[in-house]
Ligand binder design. Sequence first.
Ligand SMILES: [Mg+2]
Length: 245
Amino acid sequence: MTFRLHAHGVAAILLDIEGTTTPIAFVHEVLFPYARARLHAYLRARAAEDEMRDALATLRIEWQEDARTQQEPPPWALADIPAAARYLEWLMDRDRKSPGLKRLQGEIWAEGYRDGTLRGEVFADVPPALRRWRAATIDVAIYSSGSVFAQKLLFSTTTYGDLTAWLTGFFDTAVGLKTAAASYRSIAASIGCEASRILFLSDAPAELDAAATAGCQTLLAVRPGNQPVETLPAGVVRSFDEIEL
Ligand SMILES: [Mg+2]
């Protein structure tokens, strides 16, 4: 089924990454293991740097909160790098949206993207769609729980080249959770566009629900490797090619 944008007066398209522009496997089987494998060495190599001390101090506050609320994080005496690495692994095992973890993961990925051992992955229909939409003067923004820093790294290093020139905005959880309607209202205000003229694409029904509550139009991305969705909504796309201008 083809979704016709013109009929809906879409002025901006907002894209989720994981499961929408990018295979979930890239995040879980490439990015996460990449950071995990390098974490210990990365912490050790930079332990004396002010920035790393600052990152670990922030992380330590999270650890104290976990210890206080009896989540039983692994023991961590201060200035113990292997213990800090173990706590970070513990956070990764739980897929925690931890600011301290995200910051360090982002720094490790940045090194990999810079030296070419990592390349951003997107589905083949994504680059031509971005070009088409921009040619039609539609804003195209990203909204992902990965940091804006990590988003830009991913889209600037794809096998299709640097796609950031086609993207007009980047949003992460600094605007709020992806399952909160208020986040989409903030993004609409930031883009300078009514929510009703924003089309949000994601593989997560809860995110689509939040965006719809804010007044956005929504489409569910069904991509290879995504979790099956129990009840498919009216608007479903398997490729961005199905979104016709
Ligand atoms: Mg997703």
